[in-house]
Design a protein around this ligand. Structure first.
Ligand code: PMP
Length: 454
């Protein structure tokens, strides 16, 4: 229209500016009505935005945000390169919205075998933009105004905000720590649910519980007994289970990842959430999925089809090929799902030793690539400020990245506002890092200890 009138955009704007009537619709004409939707109240701050920026600015060693700094396996990268450079031009175009057919087929085959039931790839599996979108679809699909959702604390932070955005009320139940005997290091297994406390959170308004095993940030792997406790309560109170299993392959010391959906009565009420980012060390690809009975997934599809169409077709194709390979190698020494936890267990042990030697007591994780450590012995370096609005762990983590160049995430980011003081002596490290990065972290920690003792 502008071109037809023979005006360039610049001329048009200049003309508008000199026009007497311009001020009536300039940016100075403020809107008087509230702009922000009510459901966004109180959730505008995000820990990742703040701490990722701090790490980018100050960190020489970044053990903060959870992603590997080593490459994904060659077979996966090669599959992506083939998808991009091959003859099949369709891989550059839209694919099926609810999941690229080769990917949903192999996911159904692979997980069907693990769960001991036949999965329909078209109805029981849905591909999402990372596990994040799968979680978002769950909360939007299931949670109504007034519904309560039980969240086990400490928790991956988005559960709370996603429940609130859906209009629901998160109800928190903490994992309670028992001090280990004989001066042993604490393990993530020492953090347990109190059965009576958990049971007390279930009521008529409870719509769902969020389970995250292995758990971010503690690395706790829920035992069969603990899962059975949760399952019994879900069945008794007719409650759904959103089971975030993105770290399912990252389990150590011979521990077993048990899928709650495989327990009696749970398949029909559980959505399993997974992530190729965590599974294949390729977090930037943002391929995730939701899995469950059609009676639940049909509602996730309603959210999915009215929001994001799908993630990159070529990435889905590569992940499909990755799973195809893992299907044939399942349980064998060459399987990536066997090799990755072996390598990560060694990295975990290095970081445990570094922290322990430095006096920053580690809580040894049984799973995930996170490790939580107790900073109490370092209080003399970063004194507490009484009545500060910011919790101690947050100030400590900021001080540490600015003064020592070492980035970690404060644990108060993984709990609700009311419980921050329970976690303010803890910070979380990610050990999915190259050997050189973990060595550099060790040097910082040991030098710091020497400075303290000299
Ligand atoms: N769930 C948990 C427990 C996570 O830690 C993360 C990522 N940090 C996600 C879900 C999101 O995974 P994705 O990158 O696949 O969206």
């Amino acid at each position: 229209m502008l071109r037809r009138a023979g005006l360039s955009l610049r001329h048009f704007l200049l003309e508008r500016k000199s026009n007497a009537g311009y001020s009536s619709y300039s940016s100075e004409a403020k809107m008087s009505r509230p702009v922000q939707a009510r459901r966004l109240e109180g959730i505008d701050k995000n820990i990742w935005v703040e701490f990722v920026k701090l790490a980018d600015t100050y960190a020489t060693v970044n053990l903060g945000q959870g992603f590997p700094n080593f490459p994904p396996p060659d077979f996966l990268k090669e599959a992506f390169a083939r998808a991009l450079g091959g003859e099949d031009h369709a891989l550059h175009q839209y694919t099926r919205a609810f999941g690229h057919p080769p990917l949903v087929k192999i996911l159904a085959q692979f997980f069907g075998k693990l769960l001991g039931r036949e999965l329909d790839p078209m109805t029981d599996v849905m591909v999402t933009v990372g596990a994040y979108q799968a979680l978002f679809c769950c909360f939007q699909a299931f949670v109504d105004e007034g519904d309560e959702v039980i969240v086990i604390e400490p928790f991956f932070d988005c559960y709370e905000t996603m429940v609130k955005m859906a209009g629901g009320t998160p109800v928190f139940v903490p994992l309670r720590a028992k001090a280990p005997k004989d001066g042993k290091l604490m393990s993530s297994a020492d953090w347990q649910l109190d059965p009576a406390e958990l049971a007390s959170k279930f009521n008529k308004r409870t719509k769902a519980i969020v389970l995250n095993s292995p758990n971010n940030p503690l690395g706790k792997v829920f035992s069969r007994g603990e899962l059975q406790l949760i399952a019994d309560l879900c069945v008794k109170h007719d409650v759904l289970c959103i089971s975030d299993e993105v770290y399912e392959w990252l389990v150590y010391d011979g521990k077993e990842h048990i899928r709650i959906a495989s327990l009696q009565g749970m398949w029909d009420r559980t959505v399993i959430v997974g992530s190729a980012g965590k599974t294949f060390s390729a977090t930037g690809w943002k391929v995730g999925w939701a899995m469950g009975p059609n009676r639940l997934l049909q509602h996730l599809r309603t959210v999915h089809q009215n929001s994001v169409y799908h993630c990159a077709t070529a990435a889905q194709e590569a992940v499909a090929q990755g799973f195809q390979r893992e299907f044939t190698l399942y349980g064998k020494p060459d399987s990536y799902f066997v090799q990755l936890p072996k390598e990560l267990q060694q990295k975990r042990d290095w970081l445990v030793q570094s922290l322990d030697a430095a006096g920053m007591k580690p809580i040894v994780p049984e799973g995930t690539y996170f490790l939580v450590a107790d900073i109490s012995a370092f209080k003399s370096d970063v004194p507490d400020v009484p009545n500060s609005d910011e919790s101690y762990d947050s100030r400590f983590a900021k001080w540490m990245v600015k003064n020592k160049g070492l980035a970690a995430i404060p644990l108060s980011a993984f709990c609700c506002e009311a419980h921050k003081s329970n976690y303010n002596h803890l910070i979380r490290f990610c050990f999915a890092k190259e050997e050189a990065t973990l060595k550099a972290a060790n040097e910082i920690l040991q030098k710091w200890k020497q400075e303290k003792t000299s």
